[in-house]
Design a protein around this ligand. Structure first.
Ligand SMILES: [Zn+2]
Ligand SMILES: [Zn+2]
Length: 351
């Protein structure tokens, strides 16, 4: 099989040919049909996250082993199955749940494999979808996408799930007031549509890029505000007359975090998703006096991915722009994503 591997941090991925593996036990070998390119891939290639004040969270220090094939937004077809995998239809397109845990700890037992302390995430700790084949450890991680276009479905495994799980953390507030979404990349555009599909009042979006604001309006945002405007806080307050009760921050920089804390109403919730990095100083009495909730959100669990697919089938598909590309252009597309030139999602499709 042909894969693009990360062999050294901060270097382009390297094409390699290796023998196609045979599935054992409950494993399934999938031929990759579509594979999305995500910011997390950039973080993996870069080797870590910026923690602010010169500190770094490094993949190497966390025990990551190279070489590794990135890619965690995968749709594929089963081409071989281990003896314990059971009967599984070969002609169907399956979305792969990549946030796989150890299967035995408290988090995994509760169905929250994405919170497992010993993760086996595809495309991070295990080889992923920047390849023509991928191995999946068990059929329960395969979700039948029916007639959904594989290119549109692939990003559900990460950007869709991340956005859905983050919005679920808003609880009933989503139905009572508009949501402020910071960042109109792939997640933001998905978020704008999901707020509606989940019965919410709608989303106001902030982004510094005019093209992305335009895309947010086309996706159904109530308003799209320029993140670099000098009077941004006043613009937010006038666009959200009932107050800002929930901020979903898909950027996660010091600037956006400060904005969220500044604009939130009493009792408001700051849901931090983006991993741009940095740090801010929050005066502690602010949190109890304004009854603020600050919560992190990272991808989501298998049940949530099933709910998202159900929502897509029953309430209509959140469609957002995807740019099809091919596996051999992966480095070029990673660069474009890094430079902020991708609208929606770049998804590699099998030739
Ligand atoms: Zn576990
Ligand atoms: Zn991702």
């Amino acid at each position: 099989m042909k894969s693009y591997q990360l062999q050294d941090y901060r270097q382009p991925l390297v094409p390699v040919e290796t023998p196609t593996p045979e599935p054992k036990g409950s494993e399934l070998l999938l031929k990759v049909v579509a594979s999305g390119i995500c910011h997390t891939d950039l973080h993996l290639i870069d080797g870590g996250y910026d923690l602010g004040q010169g500190r770094r969270l490094s993949f190497k220090d966390r025990g990551f082993q190279l070489p590794r094939t990135p890619g965690h937004e995968i749709v594929g077809r089963v081409v071989a199955a281990g003896p314990e995998a059971g009967a599984i239809a070969r002609e169907k397109n399956y979305l792969v749940f990549p946030w796989i845990g150890c299967g035995t700890c408290v988090a995994c037992a509760a169905g929250d494999e994405h919170l497992c302390p010993q993760p086996r995430y595809l495309g991070l700790q295990r080889d992923g979808g920047f390849s023509d084949h991928v191995m999946v450890p068990h059929p329960r991680y395969l979700l039948d996408i029916g007639n959904i276009d594989p290119k549109a479905a692939a990003p559900y495994a990460c950007s869709g799930l991340t956005t859905y799980s983050a919005l679920k953390k808003a609880g009933d507030a989503i139905k009572r007031s508009e949501i402020l979404i910071i960042g109109a990349g792939g997640l933001g555009l998905m978020g704008v549509q999901l707020v509606r599909l989940m019965g919410g009042k709608g989303a106001v979006v902030v982004d510094i890029d005019a093209k992305k604001r335009q895309a947010a309006v086309e996706a159904g945002a109530l308003a799209a505000l320029d993140g670099s405007a000098a009077d941004l806080r006043a613009q937010i307050q006038s666009a959200m007359t009932a107050g800002v009760h929930v901020v979903v921050d898909l950027v996660g920089s010091a600037t956006t975090a400060q904005l969220a804390i500044d604009v939130l109403a009493k009792g408001g919730k700051y849901i931090l998703v983006g991993l741009f990095g940095g740090s801010i100083d929050i005066p502690l009495p602010t949190i109890p006096l304004r009854v603020l909730t600050i919560t992190g959100s990272f991808v989501g669990n298998l049940a949530e991915l099933n709910e998202l697919l159900d929502l897509a089938r029953s309430r209509g598909l959140p469609s957002f722009p995807t740019t099809p590309c091919s596996l051999h252009d992966v480095n070029e597309n990673l660069r474009r994503l890094h430079d902020g030139k991708v609208i929606g999602r770049a998804v590699m499709v099998a030739e």
